[in-house]
Design a protein around this ligand. Structure first.
Ligand code: ATR
Length: 281
């Protein structure tokens, strides 16, 4: 056992977020705010794992007495494989972002889909049921939220992706064969309108515009970008076409709140924490 993560003398329950890179992560601030608000004695640290060293890092954390960890890019799939048991929602997502280190092993959860749905339905007061929903992208971020969107019974769920094959592969994972999503490319979006459009592509990172028509934003449309921190080209296009625009900061805080609840059994209040993090930006 390494003493790299040795317990401090005042032994709090310890948690961490593991990723690569990790320095930019807002999760420590969010969990510190939750802990303060709910009077929970915990610590929460960012841990940089080598790209080929996720499992070893997790084993070190367990050996050092940590109670659990969040997992971020690029380790969510490895966390899924490492988990000895899985919460029901994880079977739907194929990725793990929250681990409990318990006596019976590593329990894997995924709170991303729940975080997005809570942000849309509660913070942004937008029902998903009966709405025409468009999910842009079919990578890891899209996969993490796809099934939970479908659970909310939209009138239709369309997955549009640059690479059609990947969109098709995602919709074929639908847990419920009766409730199907449709796959398409961006070119197929002409003549279609949507009430909720979620950008789950990584184009915000590179300030790249998506080749989507201006006509897809229905009256009163909610355009949601899973990125946060600045206006992406998608958000700009949506705003210019009359949509209500939201970034992914609410989702970030909501998925963290769900993880905190899983670990501590207490659900923190999120509005003040969303505001706190936004004010820091
Ligand atoms: P993440 O974990 O952030 O989802 P990912 O799994 O690499 O990252 O997925 C990135 C997503 O952004 C994919 O849907 C990708 O489209 P492809 O499947 O065709 O690669 C999409 N994406 C990335 N750059 C893009 C661009 N310039 N235009 C359109 N889509 C893009």
């Amino acid at each position: 056992m390494t003493d790299k993560y040795a317990k401090p003398f005042n032994s709090l329950d310890r948690y961490a977020v593991v990723g690569n890179p990790i320095a930019h992560s807002k999760s420590p601030l969010i969990h510190e705010a939750f802990a303060k608000q709910t009077n929970q004695d915990i610590s929460y640290e960012p841990i940089l794992a080598p790209l080929d060293g996720f499992e070893a890092t997790v084993r070190d954390l367990i050996a050092s007495g940590y109670k659990g960890a969040n997992v971020t890019v690029p380790f969510k799939f490895e966390a899924f494989q490492l988990s000895t048991s899985l919460a029901p929602q994880v079977d739907l997502a194929g990725a793990v972002n929250t681990m409990i280190f318990s006596d019976i092993g590593i329990i894997g959860h995924n709170t991303d889909g729940d975080g997005l749905v809570r942000d849309i339905t509660q913070n942004l007061a937008t029902n998903i049921e009966g709405k025409r929903v468009l999910l842009l992208g079919a990578g890891g971020a899209a996969e993490g939220v796809f099934q939970l969107l479908l659970v909310k019974k939209p009138a239709k769920l369309v997955v549009a992706n640059r690479t059609y094959k990947k969109a098709l592969r995602l919709v074929e994972k639908s847990f419920d064969k009766a409730r199907r999503a449709e796959a398409c490319t961006f070119d197929d979006l002409n003549d279609q309108q949507f009430d909720i459009i979620i950008n789950a592509t990584s184009t915000g990172l590179t300030d790249t515009a998506l080749p989507i028509p201006n006509t897809i934003f229905a009256k009163g449309c909610l355009a949601y970008d899973m990125m946060y921190g600045r206006e992406t080209p998608f958000m700009k296009q949506a705003r210019e076409n009359g949509a209500q625009v939201a970034d992914g900061l609410g989702m970030l805080v909501e998925q963290a709140a769900e993880a905190f609840y899983i670990w501590r059994g207490v659900r923190p209040e999120t509005q003040s924490v969303i505001q706190l993090i936004r004010n820091l930006a």
